[in-house]
Design a protein around this ligand. Structure first.
Ligand code: FAD
Length: 518
């Protein structure tokens, strides 16, 4: 059975018992990747139960150093989360709600620690939003049964997707493995169930007893990043400026994007030198804004008040937010794709290369392909890469260098400020043709043509590859082969490490052979 079915079974089996639990001294909301007050499903439910019973709501966030090796790998991502927690704590304190933050050494100790804390606080009810990775689903399944056995109730609810995974099925009752028909069904389903876009209010103010009883929880310090993942002070300041954190910043960014730029999104979104996209991914990944709020806000600006039809920019942007839902739907239905396995087993036989020199050149942005190098340097400089460039850089690693895509997937997670397990895995599956709907025979981008098409004046390249800033005209896309070799050599820019045409043939052969050997 899928891990999500095991969780559903645990929720169903314990349903009667959980409903009969009486509210004691407090109700707890467990924050994970949902660091916001507005439009937070589990938090709103927890707040209602606490309010009805007239008891305080306590919030908690548990950090496990093991998370820093799993989902929260990039130092910039950890820094963003810790900064966000500080904002969240301030916002909660304004409502007299404490945020207890604690480090738990091992992830498997979390269920027992939660039970201890609930006993300490006299709490009977725990609420959390669902996370769809297999380990998290299994942990939550265990916790539902464990707490129920101790006379407590644990409610785990859908929140992060607009349409909960599993709701959409093909005409023959199967799960969709291709985006376009899934997206059509996603739009239709939301139009039929408009409550999916309704906004949850933040919890109300805690009763006065909260400060008297749980005063000590209000001062609990937020831990620092582990030494090997900590940014130096100067970097911290730089990232704070580049990526302001917290829910208020997320809302501000969404509103200004929707007011000023969403209309031009469908044309501007592919130009990495521009400012055509929302840059909301870091907020969606940390849960400082909900996907529901994004879709609702965009839809409300559409004259048709629909997700499809009307303003092209709005419709396209909503369809991009839908990709995020789609990859969670894939993660839930085929959990093995996120465990280092291709979607179709026959793609397991591709003979990947492990050429370390090529891999390092790719990571450092020194492949001699200016567009790819600009992309990789954007990532290491600001923890973010434009979507078009993510596709090209990933495709270049997997197809031109034929390097095992899992190395690239990992590298991205180690550097992205918006690193998100499902979207990153989905993006790599798409680019390396090992995910759902693989299409290896025509999804091989030519990095030079892509460069000319999406960075026609070389602005993006000049920004991130300063060695090439002095090269004029089209030569910037391929200096050694377009008469600017002397200038490139003088500034130390490398020659192309491979030849695209030959690599393309090699990749096609490797994919074909892999499939034949299956
Ligand atoms: P916008 O264009 O403004 O889109 C709005 C939102 O829609 C994004 O914030 C994001 O949440 C969602 N979205 C847009 N495109 C996609 C997509 N293709 N897949 C999933 N969601 C999408 N996105 C992540 O959030 N985290 C990742 O770790 C991640 N890794 C990726 C790796 C690869 C190889 C590829 C090809 C794509 C990856 N993406 C990832 C998707 C996409 O590149 C980013 O979401 C997008 O660039 C973020 O910029 P934005 O917020 O300005 O996006």
């Amino acid at each position: 059975p899928r891990p999500i079915d095991e969780l559903y079974a645990a929720l169903q089996d314990t349903s009667g018992k959980r409903k009969s639990v009486k509210v004691k001294d407090a109700v707890v909301h467990w924050f994970k990747m949902d660091l916001r007050l507005w439009d937070n499903t589990a938090l709103a439910h927890a707040g209602e139960v606490a309010k009805k019973a007239g008891v305080p709501l306590i919030c908690m966030y548990l950090v496990s150093p093991q998370d820093f090796e799993a989902h929260l790998r990039a130092p910039v991502r950890i820094d963003f989360m810790l900064r966000t927690l500080a904002v969240l704590r301030q916002d909660l304190a304004k409502l007299d709600i404490p945020l207890h933050v604690e480090t738990v050494e091992k992830r498997n100790q979390i269920p027992d620690r939660i039970l201890e804390l609930m006993d300490e606080w006299g709490a009977s009810h725990l609420f959390a939003n669902m996370e769809y990775e297999a380990d998290e689903l299994r942990r939550e399944r265990h916790l539902v049964r464990h707490l129920s056995g101790k006379g407590k109730s644990f409610e785990v609810v859908h929140d992060t997707c607009v349409v909960p995974p599993g709701r959409l099925q093909t005409g023959s009752g199967k799960q969709y493995a291709v985006y376009t028909p899934w997206y059509r069904s996603w739009v239709a389903y939301i139009h039929e169930n408009l409550d999916l876009l309704e906004q949850f209010e933040p919890p109300g103010r805690n009763p006065e007893s909260a400060r008297n009883k749980f005063g000590h929880l209000f001062d609990c310090p937020i831990p620092g990043a582990p030494k090997n993942k900590a940014l130096c002070d100067e970097e911290k300041r730089r990232y704070q400026k580049l990526w302001p954190c917290g829910e208020h910043e997320a809302v501000k960014r969404l509103e200004s994007f929707c007011q000023e730029r969403i209309g031009g999104y469908s044309d501007a979104r592919n130009i990495p030198a521009g400012n055509g996209t929302s840059c909301l991914s870091v907020h969606l990944a940390s849960g400082t804004i909900s996907a529901r709020t994004c879709v609702r806000t965009a839809r409300d600006r559409n004259k048709t008040k629909r997700l499809n039809g009307g303003n092209n920019g709005i419709v396209t942007w909503i369809s991009e937010v839908a990709w995020r839902d789609f990859y969670r739907h894939v993660l839930v239905n085929w959990p093995y794709v996120c465990m280092n396995k291709p979607f179709k087993p026959e793609y397991s036989n591709i003979a990947w290369s492990y050429n370390e020199e090529h891999f390092v050149a790719w990571c450092e942005g020194k492949t001699g392909f200016p567009f790819v190098d600009a992309a990789m340097r954007q990532l290491s400089n600001i923890g973010y890469m434009h979507n078009r460039c993510r596709m090209i850089a990933a495709c270049f690693l997997a197809k031109d260098l034929l390097i095992d895509w899992r190395k690239g997937e990992r590298y991205f997670m180690e550097h992205l400020i918006d690193g998100d397990f499902a979207s990153n895995n989905g993006g790599w599956g798409f680019s390396a043709s090992v995910g759902v709907d693989p299409q290896p025979y025509f999804r091989i981008f030519n990095p030079l043509l892509q460069s000319e098409k999406f960075d026609p004046n070389g602005e993006y390249i000049r920004k991130w590859v300063p060695e090439l800033a002095g090269i004029e005209g089209k030569a910037i896309h391929d200096p050694y082969n377009r008469g600017a070799g002397d200038e490139a050599r003088r500034t130390g820019y490398p020659r192309p490490i491979v030849e695209h045409k030959a690599c393309r043939e090699r990749a096609l052969r490797a994919y074909k052979q892999g499939l034949e050997n299956a």
